[in-house]
Write a protein that binds this ligand. Structure first.
Ligand SMILES: [Zn+2]
Length: 283
């Protein structure tokens, strides 16, 4: 009987808090945008992470820089807490703040001096939202939520706000927000918020550039129904396979070009030149 029900629906749903939101235990019962994107990158590495055998990448500098900026504009207390957690990772050998984080401080200053940002950033920060979508439970965390006015904001740090990137799934060169799945994220969050609060929500991405002269660009996604539909269709078409992998019905495939796969490839699984050329072209 239970075999037809995906694993995540058999587990009683735990209450999400800021303390357990990123825990693997809550990744099993709740799908999230980051988990979905991780499965799309590499099924095998994602399952290894869910099972506690993955590679830890929480020390990656771009992630730390993003969190440094996010915590600073959330509150003094959140920033202090993050600084404590980050410890020596943000310092040089001589104990000074690393260049990337000095630049992050410029980004924070730039955001704080921006009148629109200060006006927009009034809502509830790091607000957790859940809901059922496309046949499974989801969790999401909204950077800044303004329920009363039906708006939400997501802050992104980016090397270049005008960067265009080739995207296989979009079939061409698209803006970084599209290529990196941020439109997908905003579309999922919009659905979750609209069903939770029973009203319309507009999404905005506030992009601050990683530069010694940081720019702030607010991307209005309130008229992107068409682009959101493309992202929804992509999620809908891949989610059944992901749920089947999670419930153990289908074995996960290795992508063969991430770090986890490099560590777990078996020399006995021979490949041909053609195989490798196809892989190279898909990368
Ligand atoms: Zn892989």
């Amino acid at each position: 009987m239970l075999k037809d029900v995906p694993a995540r629906q058999r587990v009683p749903l735990p209450k999400l808090t800021k303390a357990n939101y990123y825990d693997t235990e809550t990744d099993w019962p709740y799908m999230s945008v980051s988990l979905f994107k991780s499965f799309m990158k590499c099924e095998a590495a994602t399952m290894a992470t869910l099972n506690g055998n993955g590679l830890s990448d929480t020390n990656e500098t771009p992630l730390l820089v993003g969190n440094w900026v996010h915590s600073a504009v959330e509150s003094e207390a959140a920033h202090e807490e993050f600084k404590q957690e980050a410890g020596e990772k943000v310092l040089t050998k001589s104990g000074k703040l690393r260049a990337e984080f000095k630049q992050a401080d410029l980004m924070i200053e730039r955001l704080r001096s921006d009148a629109f940002f200060n006006w927009a950033w009034q809502g509830e920060h790091e607000s957790i939202v859940t809901g059922e979508l496309f046949g499974t439970e989801w969790k999401g965390k909204i950077d800044c939520l303004d329920v009363e006015n039906g708006r939400f904001f997501d802050l992104k740090t980016t090397a270049d706000p005008l960067k265009m990137i080739w995207s296989n799934r979009h079939g061409g060169r698209v803006l970084w927000v599209t290529a990196y799945g941020y439109l997908l994220q905003m579309s999922i969050y919009k659905h979750l918020l609209e069903q939770t609060y029973g009203k319309h929500f507009d999404a905005y991405i506030i992009a601050v550039s990683k530069s010694n002269h940081p720019s702030v660009r607010t991307i209005d996604l309130s008229r992107e129904e068409g682009r959101f539909q493309i992202e929804d269709d992509y999620v809908k078409s891949h989610l059944p396979r992901i749920l089947a992998i999670e419930s153990g019905e289908i074995p996960p495939l290795m992508c063969n070009h991430c770090d986890w796969c490099a560590d777990h490839q078996l020399g006995e699984n021979t490949v041909t030149i053609d195989d490798l050329e196809i892989e190279a072209n898909e990368r």
